[in-house]
Write a protein that binds this ligand. Structure first.
Ligand code: GAR
Length: 223
């Protein structure tokens, strides 16, 4: 693949910011060629803001409660992202639904991460829903944001087993470890120009072949 310029990122958060941290770390390890131009939180005092500030990354709080409508809030987002010449928007624990205004401003240029194997369990409390359904596997998905909730073309997924005795906290932690791997990876695929959206699918150019990954069973078969 030809060498491309670092992708100019805008990262949207609402809270803890551990996925933001994983992106910062991947850039520092040179696994991801990106520059974080701005981190925006819709919640004042979100812990993730301090993670960005500690690295000298520009931060902004755009408090959604100060806007009359979803569209007005999105207009403020778009203005801030454009002012920082953002190419790709990465939602990282950003708990607001975006209006068509925002999606049209960045077509196939907004990613999100969700703690389930989409299309299972969109929306809130995905990890608890997996437990409630007795799912044997859970996981996380990175996808391009479209108008539907957690409904866009899937870029990358990671699967984790649900263990006997898991509760929401233990399952969430196992999933979160994988979120921190696949989000920087999905962004690097974008940076390398390897993601092509065709309808509701993403084609990955030059995708590594799945050599040993065949099938997983949970519970495992007894031999
Ligand atoms: C993550 O588990 C992320 O997948 C989830 O919120 C958490 C944010 O953690 N996002 C959603 O549920 C979006 N529908 P973080 O602030 O530590 O990155």
């Amino acid at each position: 693949m030809e060498n491309r310029a670092p992708v100019r990122l805008g990262i949207l958060i609402s809270g803890r910011g551990s996925n933001l941290q994983s992106i910062i770390d991947a850039i520092e390890r040179r696994e991801l060629s990106a520059e974080i131009k701005i981190v925006i939180s819709n919640r004042p005092g979100a812990a993730g803001l301090a993670r960005a500030e500690a690295k000298g990354i520009p931060v902004r709080t755009i408090d959604h409660r100060r806007y009359q409508s979803r569209e007005d809030f999105d207009r403020a987002l778009i203005q801030a992202l454009r002012a920082h010449e953002v190419e790709l928007v990465a939602c990282a624990g950003f708990m607001r639904i975006l209006s068509p205004l925002m999606i049209e401003a960045f077509p196939n240029r907004i990613m999100n991460i969700h703690p389930s194997l989409l299309p299972a369990f969109p929306g809130l409390n995905a990890q608890q829903s997996a437990l409630d359904h007795g799912a044997r596997f859970a996981g996380c998905s990175v996808f391009f944001v479209t108008a539907g909730t957690d409904d866009g073309p899937i870029i990358a997924q990671a699967v984790v087993p649900v263990m006997p005795g898991d509760d929401e906290a233990s399952l969430s932690e196992r999933i979160l470890d994988q979120e921190h791997r696949i989000y920087p990876y999905a962004i690097s695929l974008f940076q390398q120009g390897r993601l092509v959206v065709e309808g509701r699918r993403v084609i990955i150019l030059d995708a590594p072949r799945l050599k040993d990954l065949n099938a997983m069973l949970n519970p495992p078969l007894r031999s």
